[in-house]
Each structure stands twice: as C-alpha cells, then as structure tokens.
Design a protein around this ligand. Structure first.
Ligand SMILES: [Zn+2]
Length: 352
C-alpha cells in the first residue's frame, strides 16, 4: 500500500515536472516515456557539454553519462553554466561538479560522471552502451575518434563546435548521412580556438539549442523532422547557413563505407602526449594508469617549497614557472609549457 502511494506520488511529480513538454504534440506522453528510457553520452563537459547536459537533464533523459578530463578554472565561469566559484576554488573535475549540479536540478534521473580522457578504450565501451552521443569536445582528433566509434557501433551522434561568434553542427546517422570523415573538407578544423580568439556565451547556447533539439527528435521517434543539413552561423555577423550535404557521402570513406577500416581508432592508440592548443599546457598520459595520489603527495611534501592542493580526484602544485596537476587515472597536465620534452622532464622529475 505504502509503496503504491509513493509510486503514485512520484508519477504525479513527474507528470507535473514534464507537463509543458508532454503538451508539445510531437513529444507527448509516449515521447516522454521514451526519453525516460534513454541513455545519452556527452563527451566533454565544458561550455557545450554543460549546456546540453542541463537541457537533457531538465527534459528527463533517463541516464546521462558525462566524460571530461579537465577541472574547473576561473576562465570557464563566463560560459560553462553548470559551474560555480566554489567548484573553481575546490578545483573540482568538471564531470564531478556537473554531476552535483545536475543532481540538484533533476533527482529523478541517473547521472554518471567519468573523470578521464576520451580515448579509444574507454569511449568504445561507453559508446556501445548508449542510444546517442553528443559531441562537446574541444578538438578535432576526439571528434574523429567519436565518429569512427559511432560508425562501428551504429550509433547516432551530434557534432557541435563553436569559437568566437561562430558555431557549426551536424547530426550524423550511420548508414544514412555522411559521416564527419566524409565532410572533413567542408568543416573548419584548426586555427582559431577559444583561447586565441575567445568565444561569447550565446553562441554556445545556439549550438546546443540545435544539438539538443536534434537529440529530442531522435530519442522520441521523430526522425522525420531531423535537419539533415550542416548548419553554420555567425551570431555577430548575422549569418546563418544550411548546407545540404546528403550527396557528400563518400563511397570510399574509410570510416563509413563498405570497406571501412576506422583509421582514427588506430591513431588514437598512439597518442600519449598532447599539446592543449592555445592553453600553454601539455597533457601526459602514461601507459600505467592508476596512481596512488596519497603516496605521490607524501613524496612531494618532503620538498618544503611545494605547496600542495589536494582533493579526492587530483593534486596540484606550482614549481618554477609551471603548474602541475596530477589526476587519479595517471594523467598529468603541465601548465606553462607547450614543449612536450620539457613537460616530460618535469613529469619524471616530480611525479615518478
Ligand atoms: Zn564517411
């Protein structure tokens, strides 16, 4: 009896909660039920990831998995809507801070936070389990990796990127649309980054507004309404372009054709040192993964000049002109250099 009452109360709460969305005819009760049964992977929890995650959590997507390698910094607060000054002070990993905030927004859904790099091994496992992937990464290598994995497991994914006042998005459906590899020549890949030319917050919202709407269409069985176009815009210059790319599917594409070889999966396996573009930072990813942060901290504290900041997920300290951050999965960020050898030297000097 009591259980029934609780269940009834829960369903009444949920009915109120999603009422305006259920009233929207293309979604309706059936669509809402499909959303509650859906599992979405969001790769990257920066500006795009924060915005998509909040929208999908509020919409009632049953399970969200968030993966991000970074932690909250002051320069994120202008546009990364899930984070607070306290998250910054505590140097919380973005995935963890996002989960805390999202759980406060919607306690009826499940949120999984993964602090780690989006690389072939762990992404492969995640991609195979979800219904849909939202791209919210900050680099093209990871997008190409996602593209290959999405093709391999036949999962739809929604590409999105922005810089300055420019944004671009496209929904990739395996066996139907061109993939990112097919469209490489039509998409800007390098050059300007948010760290070199900046970014304004509304452009983030516009990209995720497209991504989340496409996600809702896909998840609620409204595929007929998908855009099918490559959408690009510049909010400052008042430009909006929709490019019909249906004919651009490459019959010899190494990622989505019959003769596919998934070239980006092999490439990722070799990547161990990454210069984080425009951030004056090198990321090092040693082959042995887990580290004992407590043990490393004990060693470091023998050096009285090192001021250590620690939380359960990472430790951070400054030495000379560098700031070093070590995560539990063994990754390290060396801020203050773009020289990979120098970064390795610092790593071996202090962290091994
Ligand atoms: Zn392709």
């Amino acid at each position: 009896m009591q259980q029934q009452a609780v269940r009834k109360k829960g369903s009444v709460l949920a009915a109120n909660r999603y009422h305006r969305q259920v009233l929207f005819a293309p979604i309706g009760e059936a669509g809402q039920e499909k959303l509650s049964q859906s599992h979405v992977l969001i790769v990257g929890v920066g500006a795009l990831g924060s915005s998509s995650a909040e929208a999908l959590a509020r919409a009632g997507v049953g399970k969200l998995t968030l993966i991000d390698r970074d932690y909250v910094e002051e320069s994120n607060l202008q546009r990364q809507q899930l984070f607070s000054e306290l998250d910054m002070k505590n140097k919380l990993p973005k995935a963890v801070a996002a989960k805390q905030r999202l759980a406060a927004v919607n306690s009826l859904i499940e949120i999984e936070a993964i602090v780690g790099d989006a690389e072939a091994d762990n992404l492969s496992q995640l991609v195979s389990q979800v219904d849909l992937i939202i791209d919210a990464t900050d680099n093209f290598e990871t997008r190409l990796l996602l593209n290959d994995l999405a093709q391999k497991y036949r999962k739809p994914w929604i590409y999105g990127a922005c810089v300055a006042s420019y944004g671009i998005t496209f929904t990739v459906i395996p066996d139907q649309t061109p993939c990112l590899q097919c469209l490489q020549d039509y998409i800007p890949q390098q050059g300007a980054t948010c760290d070199s030319v900046g970014v304004i917050q509304p452009v983030v919202q516009k990209v995720t507004s497209h991504q989340v709407t496409e996600a809702l269409k896909l998840l609620t069985g409204n595929e007929a309404n998908l855009s099918g176009k490559l959408t690009a815009f510049d909010l400052w210059k008042n430009q909006h372009t929709e490019v019909d790319v249906a004919t651009l599917r490459n019959p010899d594409c190494p990622s989505c054709s019959e003769a596919r070889s998934y070239p980006n999966l092999a490439y990722d396996a070799r990547m161990k040192t990454t210069v984080l573009c425009g951030r004056d930072t090198v990321q090092l990813r040693p082959q042995s993964k887990q580290v004992e942060l407590a043990e490393v901290a004990r060693e470091l504290q023998k050096n009285k000049q090192i001021q250590l900041v620690r939380n359960p997920y990472l430790l951070s300290f400054e030495v000379d002109s560098f700031r070093i951050v070590l995560f539990q999965d063994g990754r390290a960020l060396i801020h203050g250099t773009m020289d990979q050898m120098e970064a390795k030297n610092i790593y071996y000097r202090y962290l091994s």
